[in-house]
Design a binder for this molecule. Structure first.
Ligand SMILES: Nc1ncnc2c1ncn2[C@@H]1O[C@H](COP(=O)(O)OP(=O)(O)OP(=O)(O)O)[C@@H](O)[C@H]1O
Length: 388
């Protein structure tokens, strides 16, 4: 059971979430509906330990306080997030992506059992186990993202706008797969703008407006509520396609950097951080080169794999190393050796999804060179202004 009480989040002076209270029981689908900027992602991020704002309140997962804990501790406690944009590794296969989800300690003891469970929950993934993820449709990729989160054996699965960018048909598949998750006894906390379909599968829902929960009810009651129909389901009583209601006027969000360090100080601090980030890790036994570790070329293979799911499980540490190598490779650039694989008993290292995070020293250095140049230009303008 997840019990959130008095959860507030501020970004500077801007209060994005105000004393939110909600709960999710095992095997229950709870949807949070709200317009753009209502605070839905803010709530999920705070819960999962990745908020950029100041977070106060309480979130108990089976009695354990998780608010303010590190994201990996929160996953260990049993809350797994499928982030907006999925965050999967396009160049890895379905099974490799799933295996990466078994990295948390709570899942390692039964990696094979979890994989069996996920593949039986999502038979489509079982058929596509060897397919490279980037060759799959958006809906299939979303299913991989959900499957991967399920590999950590969560008690509660949180999803941030999973239907974003999916066709109506794929949305239907996606929501069906959430029913499968529910049937497995997992609580689902779903942030959605697709009110029509999410209310169809949900047990209960909360309406979030301008950072405050303004209504809570059973999903069917919400779907019948005229105000909800007007705001979220179209004026025709739920027959029209869902639309985004206008957010009520709100105080302007505090600019992210209203004052503080100068541009050159920021650039210097950033360069300092890169020095740390790009420092090579302590010597470990060398991993196989990425090209060799990648195995056969990335050709889609939609045939069912002949062997059972339990056999030939890739090693999760190898995968983490390969995923890191992939995420730091420029598109089209030759494969480089993967960083050394972590040992099982080492704490998990951070892995960046493909194309989302430039974590190689040279790419960061190029960006930071630009920042430095911009800082120098800013200084020139400032001293010109001062002279005037
Ligand atoms: N890192 C941040 N710094 C400052 N303000 C932020 C930050 N993240 C979100 N906000 C502000 O907090 C408010 C809530 O944003 P949030 O992303 O939670 O909305 P949302 O309901 O998820 O919207 P959407 O459906 O468009 O994703 C917005 O006014 C947004 O501008």
């Amino acid at each position: 059971m997840l019990e959130i009480r008095d959860l507030s989040v501020s970004y500077g002076q801007h209060r994005a979430l105000e004393s939110a209270a909600l709960h999710v029981s095992p095997g229950e689908i709870v949807v949070i509906l709200g317009a753009n900027g209502a605070g839905k992602s803010t709530l999920l991020k705070a819960l999962c330990g990745i908020s950029e704002g100041r977070v106060t309140g309480s979130a108990l997962l089976d009695g354990e306080e998780i608010l303010g804990a590190r994201p990996d501790r929160i996953v260990e406690a049993g809350l797994s997030l499928v982030p907006e944009g999925r965050g999967i590794f396009g160049d890895l296969t379905v099974q490799e992506n799933l295996t990466l989800g078994a990295y948390p300690t709570r899942a390692r003891d039964d990696e094979t059992g979890n994989l069996d469970r996920v593949l039986s929950l999502f038979p489509k993934l079982a058929e596509r186990r060897r397919q490279t993820v980037r060759t799959m449709s958006g809906g299939e990729q979303q299913m991989v993202a959900i499957g991967r989160a399920m590999m950590s054996n969560p008690q509660v699965l949180a999803l941030d706008e999973p239907s974003l960018g999916l066709s109506p048909l794929l949305c239907k598949d996606l929501f069906q797969s959430l029913l499968a998750v529910k049937a497995a006894g997992v609580g689902v906390l779903l942030v959605e703008q697709n009110a029509k379909q999410s209310l169809r599968i949900a047990d209960r829902g909360y309406l979030l407006e301008n950072g405050e929960i303004v209504n809570e009810d059973k999903a069917d009651a919400l779907a019948r509520d005229p105000a909800v129909q007007r705001a979220y389901l179209g004026a025709g009583g739920g027959q029209a396609a869902p639309h985004q209601p206008e957010a009520a006027p709100r105080p302007a969000a505090t600019p992210r950097r209203p004052s503080g360090p100068s541009a050159s100080e920021i650039a210097a601090a950033a360069l300092d951080r890169v020095g740390t980030a790009s420092r090579p890790p302590a010597a470990r036994p060398p991993a196989r080169p990425a090209a060799e570790a990648a195995g056969p070329p990335d050709t889609p293979d939609t045939k069912p794999a002949p062997e059972g799911p339990a056999s030939r499980l890739p090693d999760v540490n190898d995968l983490v190393a390969r995923a890191s190598a992939q995420s730091s490779r420029r598109p089209g650039a030759p494969a480089r050796p993967a960083p050394p694989a972590a040992r099982r008993d080492e704490p998990p290292r951070r892995v960046a999804p493909t194309g989302t995070e430039p974590d190689t020293g040279d790419r960061l250095q190029a960006v930071l060179d630009e920042i430095e140049a911009a800082a120098r230009r800013a200084e020139t303008y400032r001293s010109r202004d001062r002279r005037r």
